[in-house]
Design a protein around this ligand. Structure first.
Ligand code: ADP
Ligand code: MG
Length: 170
């Protein structure tokens, strides 16, 4: 998972992160998995809230740090929002029944998902959130794992052209 990201975009405030989340929400299909990496406060939950709104989910999305997994229906796709920060052992991940969620036909978003690599499916989008110089500056690096996401990176790059810092051209 350490290869160079396919697309790196800049966000200078939470609203810009929402714009990035909306662009990604528009290309989501049933069964997609988004793995969100990055330190506390980097913007993973902020991103997921905007993603849920863009999917047409009316319920307020809250951080699942304590509930671990939360399901939201009523949008274009069901959203499963997970946060595996508190899990210290991979056995605890088993309790989350991830394979069932991956097969459920919804979208699965996993905060800190990069820490449970062995439990991830064959294909997913890895989005790493990093802090920048100013308090509100972030960079979001997207790495497509598997062909289904690789096929969508070009389109996302076009949609987010104004925010691009770096991109790998296939
Ligand atoms: P995480 O889930 O990664 O721990 P949160 O989304 O809960 O992070 O918190 C991010 C905090 O940083 C929020 O208070 C948000 O308003 C703020 N913030 C400031 N700038 C940005 C940005 N560019 N993108 C996302 N969040 C930002
Ligand atoms: Mg969070």
């Amino acid at each position: 998972m350490e290869r160079k990201p396919d697309l790196v975009v800049r966000s200078t405030n939470a609203d810009e992160t929402a714009v990035i989340a909306e662009a990604i929400a528009h290309v989501l299909v049933a069964g997609d998995v988004l793995v969100l990496g990055g330190d506390l406060g980097a913007g993973k939950t902020t991103f997921t809230k905007a993603l849920g709104l863009a999917l047409g989910i009316d319920d307020a999305i809250t951080s699942p740090t304590f509930t671990l997994a939360q399901q939201y229906d009523g949008g274009r796709l069901t959203l499963h929002h997970l946060d595996v920060y508190r899990l210290d052992a991979l056995d605890e991940v088993i309790d989350l029944a991830l394979p069932e969620l991956f097969e459920s036909g919804g979208v699965v978003v996993i905060e800190w998902g990069d820490t449970i690599a062995p439990a991830l499916p064959a294909g997913f989008a890895l989005i790493r959130f990093e802090f920048g110089e100013g308090d509100d500056d972030r960079s979001l690096s997207l790495t497509a794992v598997g062909t289904a996401w690789a096929a969508r990176v070009g389109g996302l790059g076009t949609t987010l052209a104004d925010q691009i810092i770096d991109r790998q051209d296939a």
